[in-house]
Design a protein around this ligand. Structure first.
Ligand SMILES: C[S@@+](CC[C@H](N)C(=O)[O-])C[C@H]1O[C@@H](n2cnc3c(N)ncnc32)[C@H](O)[C@@H]1O
Length: 180
């Protein structure tokens, strides 16, 4: 079974009970971890193969009914999942935001913040521009912090990307923030 991102393992259980959106969920380590802890998780990814793995793993679990899997582009999903009232107690997006140009991810985060209940938590991790490998749309920690300047920031960190095959060349930016 896929492991959750370490930042989700640490801060995921602080998300208030309710609906959590995982954007770019991949094989679903975060999704399974959160659903096992009672959250209703909407898992979005565009890749059929990874979602198939997630569905297969979820089907073996007693909490499968709490997982909704959507094969969709994140940009469309954020638009059409957008409700009139804030809906999410949490949003998780680990190692996916750097797939989007900066203006796109700013718009995504703005929409997601508006769709999050007071005290809801966002857990965001992405690769930075630092390192030898070329991360075209790498994040900066300043950018992530600026998105959440009006929320309480529970964690802000820059870390080497341990565990990755090119870990000495990659760095991750992490922000966990609570809506005030
Ligand atoms: C590096 S993986 C991260 C997976 C997981 N969140 C994790 O932490 O292990 C990035 C995921 O984002 C998905 N992705 C990238 N761009 C996307 C887009 N525009 N719409 C939907 N999914 C996307 C990819 O298919 C991939 O599964």
């Amino acid at each position: 079974m896929r492991e959750p991102a370490s930042i989700v393992r640490k801060y995921g259980p602080k998300i208030p009970p309710g609906n959590v959106l995982d954007l770019g969920c991949g094989e679903g380590g975060n999704v399974l971890f959160l659903a096992a802890r009672g959250y209703n998780v909407i898992a979005v990814d565009r890749r059929a193969d990874v979602l198939e793995e997630l569905r297969n793993e979820a089907a073996k679990q007693s909490y499968a009914h709490r997982i909704t899997v959507l094969q969709e582009d994140i940009r469309n999903a954020v638009r059409h999942l957008d409700g009139d009232d804030p809906h999410y107690t949490g949003v998780v997006c680990t190692f996916t935001l750097h797939y989007f140009p900066q203006p796109v991810r700013r718009n995504l985060i703005t929409a997601l913040k508006a769709d999050t209940i007071p005290n809801g938590i966002h857990i965001i991790a992405g690769l930075t521009t630092r390192g030898k490998r070329s991360i075209v749309h790498g994040l900066t920690i300043d950018e992530l912090q600026a998105y959440y300047s009006d929320w309480k920031q529970l964690c802000v960190a820059l870390e080497p990307m341990g565990g990755h095959k090119n870990d000495s060349e990659l760095e991750r930016a992490l922000v966990v923030a609570r809506k005030t």
